[in-house]
Ligand binder design. Structure first.
Ligand code: IDP
Ligand code: MG
Length: 139
C-alpha cells in the first residue's frame, strides 16, 4: 500500500504563473489518481518543519522562504510504484538537468523554483501526506 502513494506539492513559482492546471493534467494523464488535494499558504514555520530534513543545507533558508511566499497545491497521488514513477515524471531537481518532457524541464525555472515537489521514498510519502492531510481526507 505505502509504495502506491506519493505526496506532491505544486510550488509557488508554478502557482504564480498559473501553471497548476497544466501540471495537474500532466499528472492525471500519466495515470496518477488524485487521492487528496488542497490549496494552502504555508507559514514560514510550517515550511521549516516540512523541509526539516534539509535544515543543514545552504539552500534551506531560501527554500523555506520561497515555499512560504504564496499558496501551493498539496496532493496525495496514487499509482503503482508511485514514488519512483512520480520522480520519473517530474525529472531532476535542477531543470537544466531534467530530462526532456518532464514536468520540471517544462515548468521549472531554477533549481530552487522547480515547480513541483515529489516524495523521495514510500516512508517519506506517508510522513509528508500526514503533515498535510488527516486519514479521513485521503481517498
Ligand atoms: P527534490 O525536490 O528533487 O527531492 P531535494 O534535494 O530534496 O530535491 O531538495 C528539496 C528542494 O530544495 C528542491 O526541490 C529545491 O526546491 C531546493 N533545492 C535543492 N537543491 C538546491 C540548491 O542547490 N539550490 C537551491 N535550492 C535547492
Ligand atoms: Mg527531496
Amino acid at each position: 500500500m505505502s509504495s502506491d502513494i506519493t505526496f506532491s506539492i505544486i510550488k509557488p513559482d508554478a502557482m504564480g504563473r498559473e501553471d497548476e492546471g497544466k501540471i495537474l493534467t500532466r499528472i492525471t494523464e500519466a495515470g496518477f489518481r488524485i487521492a487528496a488535494l488542497k490549496m494552502i499558504h504555508l507559514t514560514l514555520q510550517q515550511a521549516r518543519e516540512f523541509y526539516a530534513v534539509h535544515h543543514d543545507k545552504p539552500f534551506y533558508p531560501g527554500l523555506v522562504e520561497f515555499m512560504s511566499s504564496g499558496p501551493v497545491i498539496a496532493m496525495v497521488l496514487r499509482h503503482e510504484n508511485a514514488v519512483e514513477e512520480f520522480r520519473n515524471l517530474i525529472g531532476n531537481t535542477d531543470p537544466e538537468k531534467a530530462e526532456k518532457g518532464t514536468i520540471r524541464a517544462d515548468f521549472a525555472t531554477t533549481i530552487q523554483r522547480n515547480a513541483v515537489h515529489g516524495s523521495d521514498s514510500p516512508e517519506n510519502a506517508l510522513r509528508e501526506a500526514a503533515f498535510f492531510f488527516s486519514s479521513l481526507e485521503i481517498f
